[in-house]
Design a protein. Structure first.
Length: 96
């Protein structure tokens, strides 16, 4: 299993629009053939901090995600909303 934790911080005035853009990305991502999980999380202490927990069957499946139209639309739509560059953290999925 190929997993990535994507850490994101957005400008406060863009929180609601960012959530909507991520909802659309999530709904399409979970339908990708190699996707196992695509969780979208918000920090309860700081509503401008978010995280994706992405799990794919393989590194190849994760790479295919970056080639989808919905990923490109999400990436382009949130670019100006970011307070800092997003940071991906690769993890090895052990269980389940």
């Amino acid at each position: 299993m190929h997993t990535t934790l994507v850490h994101m911080r957005v400008k406060p005035e863009h929180v609601e629009a960012f959530i909507e853009a991520c909802r659309l990305n999530h709904e399409a991502s979970v339908r990708e053939p190699g996707n196992l999980r695509f969780d979208f999380l918000q920090d309860p202490e700081d509503p401008t901090r978010f995280m994706f927990y992405e799990a794919y069957r393989s590194e190849h499946d994760a790479a295919l995600h970056k080639q989808t139209l919905h990923y490109a639309a999400w990436r382009d739509s949130v670019e100006g909303m970011m307070a800092e560059p997003r940071r991906g953290e690769r993890m090895e999925g052990l269980l389940p």
